[in-house]
Design a protein around this ligand. Structure first.
Ligand code: ADP
Ligand code: MG
Length: 332
C-alpha cells in the first residue's frame, strides 16, 4: 500500500496580480530538479519561515497534463492489475481542488478525472483487442456527495433527495451505500454526459440548501471488472473533490454553518489520520470513524492513495494555507 502527498500551488488569478506572493517552493537536489519543499512565513514573525516537505511540489506554471502524467498515469497499470486507487484534492476553498480534479472545458484544461477516464477506456479497448475479445472489461460508476454527514446520489436529480440522504450499512465486512446508483458507462462520451449532468445536480442542490458546493465532498468511484472464461478481476479508482479545509466558523457562525463545519472538520481530520496511518504502515487505520473513509474502506485494500494539497500563493490565504500545510504534513 503506498501513499503520496504532493502540493500544487496555483497561479495568481487576474484579480490577484498585484498581491503579495508568500508561498514558495524549493528543491533539495539543486537547480532544475522537481521541488519537494513548500516555504511560508511565520505569521507571528515574518522574519522566520516554516518549511514543509512533500513527495513532490508542483509550481504555479504546472499544467494539467503534467500533474496527470506524473501522478496519476503511473497508477492506471496497477488499477488494471487489480489494485484500488484513491485520489483526493485537499485545501482551502479557491485553491484549485475542482480545477485539479475536474478542470475546465478545453482539452488542455481537463483535470485528473476526465484524463483518467480517457486513459481507462483506451486501456479497456487495448486489452479486448490484445486478447481478441477473450477478456471483457466493463466500467461502472457511482458519484455521490457527502454533505453534513449525509450521502446524496449525484446521478439522481436533486428533487429526488430525501432530507436524511442514503443510509449506509455493513454488508459482509464492506460498507455499502444503500440505493446508490452504479451506472454502466462504456465510452468516454457517455461518461462526459453523465458527469456534466451530475455536476449540475451538485451545484443546483447546493443552491437549494442555501449552501455551497465547497462544503460537500464529491466522490466519484469508477469500478473496473475484467472477465475471462475462468476469472473475474475487480478494482476501483475513487477521485474525491473534498470540501474546503478552511475553518468556516471564523467567518460565519450561524447554526447551520456550525453543523456544516463541524462535520467537515471531523471528516477531514479522520481522513488526514487515515492517510497518516497508511503512510506509517500502521496496522490500525481509523477509517471507521467517518462516513467517507468508511464507505471508501480507506487503507483496507491494497492499492495506492494520492493526496494533492492545493495551495494559493497569496497572503490573503495565509492562515488557511498554514493550517492545511500542517494537516497535510502530518500525513506525508
Ligand atoms: P476550489 O475547488 O479549491 O475551491 P477552484 O478549482 O474552483 O478551487 O479554483 C479557484 C479558481 O482558481 C478558479 O477560477 C480556477 O479556474 C482557478 N485555478 C485554480 N487552479 C488553477 C490552475 N492551476 N491554473 C489556472 N487556474 C486555476
Ligand atoms: Mg471546488
Amino acid at each position: 500500500m503506498s501513499v503520496r502527498v504532493v502540493a500544487r500551488i496555483r497561479p495568481l488569478l487576474k484579480q490577484e496580480l498585484d498581491k503579495d506572493v508568500i508561498v514558495t517552493s524549493e528543491s533539495t537536489e539543486g537547480e532544475g530538479t522537481q521541488p519537494t519543499i513548500v516555504r511560508i512565513p511565520n505569521p507571528k514573525n515574518e522574519a522566520e519561515s516554516f518549511s514543509f516537505q512533500f513527495s513532490s511540489v508542483y509550481e504555479q506554471e504546472t499544467t494539467q497534463q503534467q500533474v496527470f502524467e506524473s501522478e496519476v498515469a503511473p497508477t492506471v497499470k496497477h488499477l488494471f492489475n487489480g489494485y484500488d486507487t484513491t485520489i483526493f484534492s485537499y485545501g482551502p476553498t479557491g485553491t484549485g481542488k475542482t480545477h485539479t480534479m475536474r478542470g475546465g472545458k478545453s482539452l488542455a484544461d481537463r483535470g485528473v478525472i476526465p484524463r483518467l477516464l480517457s486513459n481507462i477506456y483506451r486501456r479497456c479497448r487495448k486489452i479486448e483487442k490484445d486478447t481478441s475479445g477473450a477478456t471483457h472489461v466493463s466500467v461502472t460508476m457511482s458519484y455521490y456527495e457527502i454533505y453534513c454527514d449525509r450521502v446524496f446520489d449525484l446521478f439522481e436529480p436533486p428533487e429526488k433527495r430525501t432530507a436524511s440522504g442514503l443510509p449506509i450499512r455493513d454488508n459482509h465486512g464492506k460498507t455499502v451505500v444503500v440505493g446508490l446508483r452504479e451506472v454502466p458507462c462504456t465510452t468516454l462520451k457517455e461518461f462526459e454526459t453523465l458527469y456534466d449532468q451530475a455536476n449540475i445536480n451538485r451545484s443546483t442542490s447546493a443552491t437549494k440548501l442555501n449552501a455551497h458546493s465547497s462544503r460537500s465532498h464529491a466522490i466519484l468511484t469508477v469500478k473496473i471488472t475484467q472477465t475471462t472464461e475462468d476469472s473475474v478481476l475487480v478494482s476501483q479508482a475513487s477521485a474525491i473533490d473534498l470540501a474546503g479545509s478552511e475553518d468556516n466558523r471564523r467567518t460565519d457562525n450561524n447554526k447551520e454553518r456550525m453543523v456544516e463545519s463541524s462535520a467537515i472538520n471531523k471528516s477531514l481530520f479522520v481522513l488526514a489520520q487515515c492517510v497518516d496511518a497508511i503512510s506509517k504502515k500502521q496496522s490500525r487505520i481509523p477509517y471507521r470513524e467517518s462516513k467517507m473513509t468508511r464507505i471508501l474502506s480507506l487503507g483496507q485494500n491494497n492499492g495506492m492513495t494520492l493526496m494533492v494539497l492545493n495551495l494559493a500563493p497569496v497572503r490573503s490565504y495565509h492562515m488557511d494555507t498554514l493550517s492545511s500545510l500542517n494537516v497535510a504534513n502530518r500525513t506525508k
